[in-house]
Design a protein around this ligand. Structure first.
Ligand code: NAD
Length: 366
């Protein structure tokens, strides 16, 4: 792989390779774009088959963060990091402290958080060496579990989608099918039940199913393979990615797909078009699940959950804006979301150009 070619292909600013002999740390930090502010994105720890795979993953993920932050209206850019190694056997305090020193060396250009394979505890080790870390525990003044805010943002996305589709955002008498009732799905059930919807759920974890059926009445449970075919207003994938694919798409009997899972569409272009062709509205995942990012970003100003919730409420308006762009410009909602993000970055880039050299500096706050 020609690394500089690869960086210029997707407009990455900087990639940092971190190696520490003593702890065995091998990490790659990718900073995609800092036009809006410091690059924020989690650190993934994974046993990549080879270093190329790790680089490819970090480049792809960091770019995604630029779009997610921009669409969420945050003054943050996009970044991501990967630590190459087995998250089950290789973790220790010194590894994460060594990693923290590399982050500190970036002088605030990159802010990290937990991701697949890393935990709040790991981030607390990172924090011993740098302030450029968010997503630490509530006990240490951090934002703690992001799932309530993520679920709330997804709920706002559902209401905006219903309003766009039917002219009425009310969930009373609507049916919502939720795939996965883990951290986010559980809170989403709570919102939609309170709003008067009929809820159908599926999960492979019986304890998680039981928690929901014990707490809320009138919940219908279906087997994991039957959730796709449930006749409903909203299908909310809150488990894993690529669940809208060639096989499942023909089964869908929903008017709207809006859920918290990342990368819901197996193929962003093809399946966004296919959903549209079937008259199904797709609320882009990275827009409606941005509550988690909004929540951690809030730590940068001193965490306050009410303020995070207020910001996540804005997902309603962003989702509506995306539907409007999609309709007016005759592009899929996925392309419309990307356009919205790109336009915000370009607009701020122009302002920065105008004031270049005037001594006015970006504050880089969320
Ligand atoms: P989680 O692990 O707590 O919950 C996922 C649930 O899905 C579990 O109950 C699991 O048993 C269930 N599940 C797994 N495979 C399934 C299947 N085949 N059919 C039905 N259920 C299945 O995860 P979470 O934190 O609730 O996140 C849910 C999704 O939202 C993930 O895709 C995650 O990446 C995304 N997301 C989460 C957050 C957050 O704040 N937690 C933020 C942004 C995006």
């Amino acid at each position: 792989m020609g690394i500089f070619d690869e960086l210029s292909r997707k407009d990455h600013e900087q990639v940092v390779f971190c190696r520490d002999e003593v702890t065995g740390l091998k990490a790659i930090i990718a900073i995609h774009d800092t036009t809006l502010g410091p690059a924020l994105g989690g650190t993934r720890m994974w046993s990549y088959a080879n270093e190329e795979d790790a680089l490819r993953d970090v480049l792809r993920l960091s770019r995604g963060m630029t779009y997610k932050s921009a669409a969420a209206g945050l003054n943050l850019g996009g970044g991501k990091a990967v630590i190459i190694g087995d998250a089950k056997t290789m973790k220790n305090e010194m590894l994460f402290r060594a990693y923290g020193r590399f982050i500190q060396g970036l002088n605030g250009r990159y802010i990290t958080a937990e991701d697949v394979g890393t935990t709040v505890r790991d981030m607390e080790w990172v924090r011993m060496e740098t302030d450029s870390v968010v997503g630490i525990s509530r006990a240490l003044g951090g934002s703690g579990d992001p799932s309530p805010v993520t679920a709330f943002g997804t709920y706002e996305g559902i209401k905006a989608s219903l309003k766009w589709h039917t002219g009425n955002e009310s969930l009373a008498g609507r049916t919502v099918a939720i795939q996965g009732v883990g951290a986010v799905g559980y809170h989403l059930v709570s919102h939609v039940v309170k709003a008067g919807a009929k809820v159908v759920i599926a999960d492979i974890d019986h304890d998680n199913l039981k928690r929901v059926t014990d707490e809320f009445s009138g919940i219908e449970v279906v087997s994991p393979d039957r959730i796709y075919g449930v006749a409903c207003d909203v299908f909310a994938p809150c488990a894993m990615g690529a669940v809208v694919n060639d096989e499942t798409l023909p089964m869908l009997k929903c008017a709207i797909v809006c859920g918290s899972a990342n990368n819901i569409l197996a193929d962003e272009d093809k399946h966004a078009v296919a959903l549209e062709a079937r008259g199904i509205i797709y609320a882009p995942d990275y827009v409606v699940n941005a509550g988690g990012l909004i929540n951690v970003a809030n730590e940068l100003e001193g965490y306050n959950q009410d303020r995070a919730m207020k910001h996540a409420e804005g997902i309603y308006d962003v989702t509506t804006q995306i539907f409007r762009i999609s309709r007016d410009e005759k592009i899929t909602t996925v392309k419309a979301a990307n356009a919205l993000a790109e336009r915000r970055i370009a607009a701020l880039g122009r302002i920065k150009d105008t004031f270049c050299g005037s001594g006015i500096r970006r504050r880089g706050r969320a």
